[in-house]
Design a protein around this ligand. Structure first.
Ligand code: ATP
Ligand code: MG
Ligand code: MG
Ligand code: MG
Length: 468
């Protein structure tokens, strides 16, 4: 059974043999790209090669790219813990052609790798094409895919975009059928969200560029951009449909179970899955220079960290847990990603500090949440003011509250949350302008606004105690 690390080598080795340059993953924080929070796919570091703005001494490349999808156009944060195939952090393997080969080569390359190198039985595979793309459908037929396994899709699922702007194009995807014992239907069917038919590879025919004003142009050259999720391929090659049962992630789940003295497959199973996933995203983000803060990328990191910490808390851990799992991650991924080794002390310290501080309010916030829910009718949404209080006083990001509510099949009144937030801002403004020192304080206020909610581990902790 190939390990995840074996699969990465097979993929890169195969494309190297086909004349592709092996290029290292770019950092998770895209360089000079304000349109994107984190690298969310392999093509991000090659954006300017598709548009022709930049050229390099190669026209074929292959990578295993670190990706984070926890915000923006591709956001899988809420899927984690609930599907067998989504992570916030994952590795996307890809092959790229910059005006070199196009559909006629890209499809046979992919088919050969999947069915021969990886040995995946062809009868388990389905492919999709964009509904108008007769050419792609015909090429799939020519490599041996029967017509009834080529599905035409008219939605944006088969027109790939990195974000609101940038190079894009129609795409063709390969799906694997894990079999009848799992719930789910083929792509395009009403049950496509199940975990039976899993998308393993997306082949994008880069031929357009989308602009901010909504217009789109044809690119001067035709290129290829592909993305295959390494964890999904590992799952199927290791005989499971569950990414979280693969060698690498299972090791992290076991580390989480050890650190909390709980059963990895017991009632806390979902908690372990979320912890294992979030350990990877938070550690890799810190290794790439992101630090927890109250806005921008740092706030996304903080949100992910705090979610993981709530799940660790739910497992009954009294002491900080996350930092103790870092050595297991470094053992698994440090060889392929030396930056993890380098940053290990920083990752551990950052996680420990954040968890120590958050623990001071987490417990009380969760109690407040339970008390409020006890007073509400069974199906009622949590009032926005309560969610705001959890945010403002206890440091609960809104999505953490939503995640906690989801376990209880409850929701939150988000528009109530937004108005509570707006009201507090207006009040704070009014208070300052009445102080007579508005001019100086305006500067302070701008900073406070830019920072968003603070941790409130000082006076608010006491206020909170007074209220309970
Ligand atoms: P899905 O429809 O399953 O959410 P996607 O269409 O959003 O996947 P793409 O943007 O096409 O995914 O990315 C290319 C490949 O990366 C996918 O075919 C899949 O193998 C993998 N992938 C995408 N999102 C994730 C994720 N959150 N976790 C793990 N692998 C992923
Ligand atoms: Mg997706
Ligand atoms: Mg998809
Ligand atoms: Mg896709």
């Amino acid at each position: 059974m190939p390990s995840l690390n074996d699969i990465r080598s097979t993929f890169l080795g195969y494309f190297e043999k086909q004349g592709h340059q092996i290029v290292p993953s770019s950092p998770l924080v895209p360089r000079n790209d304000p349109t994107l929070m984190f690298a969310n796919s392999g093509m991000v570091q090659f954006k300017n090669l598709f548009t022709g703005v930049e050229t390099r001494d190669y026209t074929r490349a292959t990578t295993a790219q670190k990706c984070v999808r926890a915000g923006g156009k591709h956001n899988d944060l809420d899927n984690v813990g609930y599907t067998a195939r989504h992570h916030t952090f994952f590795e996307m393997m890809g092959n790229f052609s910059f005006g070199d080969y196009f559909k006629r080569e890209a499809i046979p390359f992919a088919w050969q790798l999947v069915t021969k190198e990886f040995g995946i039985p062809a009868e388990r595979l389905l492919v999709t094409v964009y509904h108008t793309d007769d050419e792609a459908a015909e090429i799939w037929k020519s490599v041996g895919v029967p017509e009834d396994r080529i599905i035409r899709i008219a939605t944006s699922d088969n027109f790939w975009m990195m974000g609101p702007t940038g190079p894009c194009g129609p795409c063709s995807e390969i799906f694997y059928d894990h079999g009848e014992k799992y719930w789910g239907g083929p792509p395009g069917s009403p049950e496509e969200d199940g975990d039976r038919f899993v998308e393993i590879w997306n082949i994008v025919f880069m031929q357009n560029e989308q602009f901010e004003d909504g217009s789109m142009r044809e690119l001067d050259m035709q290129s290829i951009d592909t993305g295959m999720g390494i964890e999904r391929v590992a799952a199927l090659l290791q005989g499971t449909n569950d990414n979280y049962a693969t060698d690498l992630i299972r090791a992290l789940i076991e580390a989480s179970a050890d650190a909390t003295s709980t059963d990895p497959d017991g009632p806390g199973k979902t908690h372990h899955r979320v912890i294992a996933d979030h350990l990877r995203s938070t550690s890799f983000l810190i290794a790439d220079g992101v630090m927890p803060s109250n806005d921008g990328r740092g706030y996304v990191l903080r949100r992910i960290m705090r979610r993981a910490m709530r799940h660790a808390h739910m497992l009954g851990s009294k002491d900080p847990v996350m930092h103790r799992l870092v050595p297991a991650l470094v053992r698994q991924m440090g060889a392929a990603y030396p930056e993890l080794h380098r940053a290990q002390p920083l990752i551990e310290e950052t996680l420990k500090l954040e968890e120590t501080r958050f623990k001071q309010t987490l417990d009380r916030g969760l109690k407040l949440l339970d008390e409020e829910l006890a007073h509400l009718p069974d199906s009622a949404a949590l009032p926005g003011e309560t969610a705001f209080k959890l945010y403002d006083t206890y440091g609960f990001p809104l999505d953490l509250t939503q995640d906690a509510l989801r376990e209880r099949q409850r929701t939150v009144d988000t528009s109530g949350f937004d108005s509570a937030m707006a009201e507090q801002k207006a009040k704070a403004r009014a208070a300052w302008s009445g102080s007579g020192e508005a001019a100086d304080l305006a500067i302070w206020f701008d900073i406070a606004e830019a920072q968003g909610a603070t941790d409130f581990l000082g006076y608010d902790t006491e206020t909170a105690e007074g209220q309970m």
